[in-house]
Write a new protein. Structure first.
Length: 253
């Protein structure tokens, strides 16, 4: 079996620098979007961990820290921070590393990578804000937002915006791998790390598609544009996101 190797694809060495840890040549275009996604992922992981402590202190009968209203606010924020936002932001960082850095190539369309990050961050912050300040007029979505709960339309918009941003990031990854292959940035078969990330990206696409369809359907229902929503079919679509999002980082790692 041929061992894949990489070779320089640009004569402008000023566009590259050498990583002191991995010894890989890194194109300047990939570092900022990779790092900002990785840092954002860790921030959401930290927030989720703090919220988990608040939940534990509330369930501890001797403390009972939060009242019921705030308990479900914190529970919703914890679920989305730990099970969606942290995982997908880190997944995007892994995809950028496994495509541009492992293949010794530039990141195709860094502007699109920044647009993706902006949409993902904006969607996540909007969703968190709605959950925190919506009051009692709407139900807390928790993780699943099962129909027929009365979910705030802005929260549903936030989830769809986040999904669109993630789709754009996946497009940047696939385009980078395709261009690196076309321009022969490496020889032999696709490196194992990139192949694993490619599988993870396919799972992410399927997961996000299911989630986007489910939440768009529920948004249309919340706005009165769709009269009914099939609760069972909604669950099927949602769990494409719910289960798939737990598998993408496993596949990448």
């Amino acid at each position: 079996m041929a061992v894949p190797t990489t070779r320089p694809v640009s004569t402008n060495e000023s566009e590259y620098w050498s990583c002191l840890t991995t010894k890989l040549r890194v194109h300047r275009s990939v570092v900022p979007p990779l790092m900002v996604n990785a840092v954002t992922a860790v921030v959401f992981l930290l927030i989720g961990g703090i919220l988990a402590l608040l939940i534990a202190l509330t369930r501890w009968e001797a403390v009972h820290l939060l009242n019921p209203e705030w308990y479900y606010v914190v529970l919703t924020l914890h679920a989305w921070s730990m099970l969606i936002f942290w995982i997908i932001f880190m997944e995007v960082a892994i995809l950028y590393f496994a495509s541009a850095i492992v293949l010794n190539f530039r990141l195709v369309n860094p502007t699109a990578a920044w647009v993706a990050y902006g949409l993902m961050l904006g969607g996540s912050l909007l969703g968190a804000g709605v959950v925190t300040f919506q009051g009692t007029a709407y139900d807390q979505p928790m993780l699943t937002s099962y129909a027929p709960l009365r979910i705030h339309p802005l929260f549903l918009v936030a989830v769809v915006v986040f999904a669109v941003g993630a789709f754009v990031a996946l497009g940047v990854f696939f385009a980078t791998v395709w261009r690196a292959t076309r321009e022969k940035a490496y020889t032999g078969s696709l490196p194992l790390a990139t192949f694993g990330a490619f599988v993870a990206a396919v799972i992410a696409f399927e997961s996000l598609l299911g989630g986007a369809v489910a939440y768009t359907w529920q948004l249309l229902h919340a706005l009165g544009l769709v009269k009914t929503i099939d609760a069972e079919m909604y669950r099927v679509l949602f769990w494409l996101l719910g289960h798939g999002s737990q598998q993408i980082n496993l596949a990448a790692m």
